[in-house]
Design a protein around this ligand. Structure first.
Ligand code: ARG
Length: 503
């Protein structure tokens, strides 16, 4: 879809009327609304950190331990997940500053492999993985939010109460996000601070216990005993750990709203992901300073067991903070997924209404509402681990393809300007590891679910040909678009390239 330019990829909107550096107030944008650049470095870093830290660090340690079967190996998996996320995000820093469009992987896949692959990505992400991630996080929120009303040993909360609570969470964040970008980023910053505080409490408590001599499970002489010898089982361990790290690519979804993206995109990545890695490692060490591996495996909520053991009458603060953490992560996920649906709409890959922006609030209101409706629909009964495994399977196919895009674009377009240039080995490592990540869990425990997920991904092609390639749109869709346009007070949008030069 792009033409080779001497500076970088073509930055025209799909009608081809916008060129980088042109006066933005001219006739080209008449009647159109562009998203504003209002996200600062602090807001951007909070979007990364606050989406990465969500439910996973409070729930996944059990899944990682179950697969690796030893404390030592599970800590290594947590470290490797952090290294892999950092490598992946650095590749995305190169891509995001070279192609400064919102929508995460979508514009990069488009420029590298062409429209069909980009379409499959947006198809899977908009319809399946992204909304399901929001509902997994909202369900974890609900689980902790209703806890005070249903003491665990007396009665389990009814499923309908949990679903209602999760639904309320999604509706609340939808309101905030539709209403104002500033408000959504402020929510993100506040909740990120809250979750960092919660993890700091866990870490300090754990390290005090370590100082008192509770080191028996962490002693390297014993901590690797009994490690699983099944190489493929580690694939699932990675899935569980990588769920906690997922969100490392968040900032690439909102490049068009970031102030000075050439500086703030790479900086946000370089600050955010190592910070989360260190915090996660220390948190895991703290857990093992207080709990034996066997206790961890039988705990339904590690952080709560930890708090009950160590914080006495103050133990309630941990479930409270888990609510804050999941609420913030759901907010960040909706924020970015809305941008994906919006950009895909602008490129003609989804229905037109999704590419529109609210004329007063300057938010992609239709795309946000659409994502929330899907997320609410996906509050289906299912267990956390299974959902997370399918999420990771589908996601890593595209993370791998995108990381490989760094190499492909260096060959295909060596002349594009690259404000950030990463060593190619990072891209190769992420691409190879993602092949392992997609294949290993299937070899270890073949399940029809993976087959269904693959069929779903490929089935997107049936829609691609008539709807995108041939551009077929039934007549009534025009009426539908106008109806929603009036209802939601939204207008068509345009791509707003960065004004700053990267030097
Ligand atoms: N890491 C988050 C958690 O632990 C999940 C993030 C899901 N991914 C996303 N892009 N929304 O809950």
């Amino acid at each position: 879809m792009t033409e080779v330019g001497d500076k970088g990829p073509d930055t025209r909107v799909n009608e081809g009327r916008e060129r980088e550096g042109e006066n933005r107030d001219n006739d080209v944008h008449k009647g159109k609304v562009g998203l504003a650049r209002q996200v600062t470095l602090l807001g951007g870093t909070a979007i990364i950190v606050g989406t990465m830290i969500g439910s996973g660090i409070f729930a996944s340690p059990v899944g990682v331990l179950r697969q690796t079967e030893s404390v030592g190996m599970s800590l290594i998996i947590w470290l490797l997940c952090g290294v892999l996320s950092t490598f992946g995000a650095l590749c995305y820093a190169e891509l995001g500053t070279m192609i400064p469009k919102s929508g995460g992987e979508f514009p990069y896949l488009m420029d590298t492999y062409g429209a069909p692959i980009a379409f499959l990505f947006s198809w899977v992400s908009i319809i399946l993985t992204r909304p399901s991630s929001i509902s997994i996080i909202a369900l974890t929120f609900a689980d902790y939010a209703v806890q005070p009303f249903f003491p665990a040993d007396e009665c389990e909360p009814p499923v309908v109460v949990l679903k209602m609570m999760a639904c309320i969470c999604v509706i609340l964040i939808t309101f905030v996000n539709c209403f104002s970008v500033k408000a959504a980023t402020n929510v993100q910053i506040i909740f990120t601070a809250a979750k960092l505080l919660a993890l700091a409490i866990i870490i300090v408590t754990g390290f005090v216990k370590l100082g008192q001599g509770n080191t028996e499970y962490l002693d390297p002489r014993v901590s690797f005993k009994g490690s699983s010898s099944n190489v493929f089982a580690y694939g699932i361990a990675f899935y569980q750990g990588l769920w906690a790290y997922d969100g490392w690519n968040q900032l690439n979804f909102i490049t068009e709203e970031l102030i000075n993206p050439y500086r703030n995109l790479p900086l946000g990545i370089v600050i955010g992901i190592p910070l989360v890695t260190v915090v996660y490692l220390l948190t895991n060490i703290a857990y093992f300073a207080v709990m034996s591996p066997d206790e961890m495996l039988t705990s339904s909520a590690v952080a709560v067991t930890f708090a009950n053991r160590t914080l006495g009458p103050m133990a309630w603060i941990i479930p409270f903070f888990v609510c804050c953490s999941t609420f913030g992560a759901a907010n960040g996920s909706l924020f970015s997924t809305g941008r994906l649906a919006y950009v895909a709409g602008r490129e003609g890959h989804t229905i037109q209404i999704l590419s529109m922006v609210h004329a007063g609030f300057i938010t992609p209101l239709p795309a946000l509402t659409f994502t929330s409706v899907l997320a609410i629909a996906m509050l289906i009964p299912n267990d956390f681990d299974t959902l997370v495994n399918y999420f990771s399977f589908a996601s890593w196919i595209f993370y791998g393809l995108t990381a490989a895009a760094v190499v492909v674009l260096r060959i295909k377009h060596p002349e594009w300007r690259r404000p950030v240039k990463v060593p190619l080995v990072l891209s190769i490592v992420v691409a190879i590891v993602s092949i392992y990540l997609v294949i290993a869990p299937i070899i270890d425990a073949p399940e029809f679910g993976y087959l269904y997920a693959s069929i779903f991904i490929l089935s997107g092609l049936f829609f691609y040909y008539p709807l995108v390639y041939r551009g077929y749109s039934p007549r009534f869709m025009d009426h539908v678009t106008v109806f929603f346009q009036n209802l939601m007070q939204v207008a068509p949008s345009y791509y707003n390239p960065p004004e700053e030069d990267y030097n």
